[in-house]
Design a protein around this ligand. Structure first.
Ligand SMILES: O=P(O)(O)OC[C@H]1O[C@](O)(COP(=O)(O)O)[C@@H](O)[C@@H]1O
Ligand SMILES: [Mn+2]
Length: 322
């Protein structure tokens, strides 16, 4: 599989080259922000991750467009929406980045902070415009055809349980522990399912749904739009199911979405959030069940990453010397 360049002479760069760039980018971001783990300085950690990821992406063969970064929400000066990355010698590609996903986990030295990126062919990554938040459902492949964002959670649980060959009481649902999810958590518990309620990090929560080794069955609730698009790259590559709908959390956000001519009611499926070939890469920053934290020892730095691409998950432990 190749991402093609539209410039003449037509060039092709093997997808593995872009995967290597993506891995270098998340690894650099993870190692840079690891220096800030447990230092209670979210901004410094975010800035270090973003700067390192941006420098690594400058080496990418081709011309990448940052379709979504965290720029607008976090007022970040780098890797903002529309920024062009890469050395220009190669294909066009789109990226969605979150150099430090789980900023507060990093600042407080809690598990779950990740450096993340998704690469897609040009025009394939959905742009949420001024929408910062979206309602999401993420399920494994077996349940991809039974989800509906308009269903009440009780019905979703029944349908997903059936598709997974389980009872509702055997389901475990990831829902971020946010005030907006109080009622949702109560209803899921009353329906008989168990919940896992991390303080944040719905990319990691969604990955856990997709990975057979981690004991969760679906993710529900409202999280960030950048995180939603990156999640969709991973979900789509593995054939899982995902639905999303903009869910503004403030009147100004809703107004901006309407002013941009976007629909507040529209439900996007995974193939609409990421509409072509794409891959997803993450590197661990603060450790946890998904990926360990970077380790430095005797002049060597080791980082743990995963790459999700076209039906496979690869775990990469990478050690650099010097
Ligand atoms: O904390 P909020 O404002 O509800 O936003 C939810 C989003 O924030 C996160 O928990 C953390 O994201 P950042 O560290 O990039 O801010 C995401 O996983 C989630 O989608
Ligand atoms: Mn994030």
């Amino acid at each position: 599989m190749q991402f093609h360049s539209e410039v003449a002479p037509r060039t092709c760069v093997d997808i593995h080259t872009l995967e290597a760039v993506a891995l270098a980018a998340t690894r650099s971001a993870a190692v840079a922000s690891y220096a800030w783990v447990g230092r209670y300085d979210q901004e410094a950690a975010d800035a270090a991750a973003t700067k390192a990821m941006r420098e690594a992406l400058a080496e990418a063969p081709g011309r990448g467009t940052v379709v979504i970064g965290e720029g607008e929400k976090d007022d970040a000066p780098m890797l903002f929406n529309g920024e062009i990355v890469g050395n220009g010698n190669g294909p066009d590609f789109d990226i969605a980045v979150d150099p430090l996903e789980g900023t507060s986990f990093c600042a407080k030295d809690l598990p779950g902070a990740l450096a993340t990126i998704a690469f897609g062919e040009p025009g394939t990554l959905w742009s949420p415009g001024p929408g910062f938040y979206m309602d999401k459902i993420v399920v494994p492949p077996q349940a991809r055809d039974v989800i509906d964002l308009d269903d009440p959670p009780e019905r979703t649980l029944v349908n997903v349980a059936k598709a997974l060959g389980k009872k509702v009481s055997e389901l475990r649902v990831v829902i971020m522990d946010k005030p907006r999810h109080k009622e949702l958590i109560t209803r899921v518990l009353q329906a008989g399912a168990a919940v896992q309620t991390p303080a944040g990090g719905d990319v990691g929560g969604s990955l856990a749904v997709l990975l057979p080794t981690l004991d969760v069955d679906l993710l529900l609730g409202v999280g960030g739009t950048p995180e939603g698009v990156m999640t969709a790259a991973a979900v789509g590559a593995l054939g899982g199911g995902m639905l999303g709908r903009l869910a503004p959390q403030r009147a100004a956000e809703a107004d901006a979405i309407r002013a941009a001519g976007m629909s507040l009611g529209r439900v996007y499926n995974c193939a609409e959030l990421v509409s072509g070939d794409a891959f997803f890469v993450a590197t661990g920053i603060s450790g946890g069940s998904l990926l360990g934290r970077p380790r430095e020892c005797a002049g060597m730095t080791t980082a743990e990453s995963l790459l999700i691409s076209r039906g496979e998950i690869r775990y990469i432990t990478h050690t650099t010397f010097g």
